[in-house]
Design a protein around this ligand. Sequence first.
Ligand code: CA
Length: 217
Amino acid sequence: MTARTLNLDDSLYQYLLDVSLRETPLLKRLRDETQALPMARWQVAPEQGQFLTLMVKLTGARRILEVGTFTGYSALCMAAALPEEGALICCDIAGDYNAIARRYWQEAGVADRIDLRLAPALQTLSALDEPGRFDLMFIDADKANYPAYLEHALRLLRTGGLAIFDNTLWSGRVLEADPESADTRAIQVLNRALKDDARVDLSLLPLGDGLTLCRKR
Ligand code: CA
């Protein structure tokens, strides 16, 4: 028995997937297709996608924002859990991968719930004049802007709304003492600041590369 989070070796991780992953054949196909791309590491882990599905249902979210969409796996996980009248605004920049996302959303029958806005996310978020109108926000884009995305999340989410940041353990690079990478520094800044941020309730889950959950107070 242990009173700390387990270190999952390959076989225990495989077990976790075997007994709990409910990935649809469509999601599996999307994941496989994405795996062949040079930026495949941008894709969320399948158990993270399933976790996002659960979060949408648990929070009863109707309006969701996603920052960083890539080939659309996480967006598909969340959109499929939305009610019929729900809506998901996705922020990403233009890339070849946009078409893959749209193709799978179409096939899944959720394309009409998703509004993909192709521009720098800070630009899209700044233009959203709907304070307090969103229930959930998933943030998985350029890490250097994570602190700025937090401020947008706190503006755009309703009280009780949930912001979820991916990659907050950053493959362990958060431990670097004096990182050269602006991305690493920004994640460190965000993590440290959240610890004492009285505006949110907080939990950092070691799921995938680290998922930080912030509930707006
Ligand atoms: Ca990620």
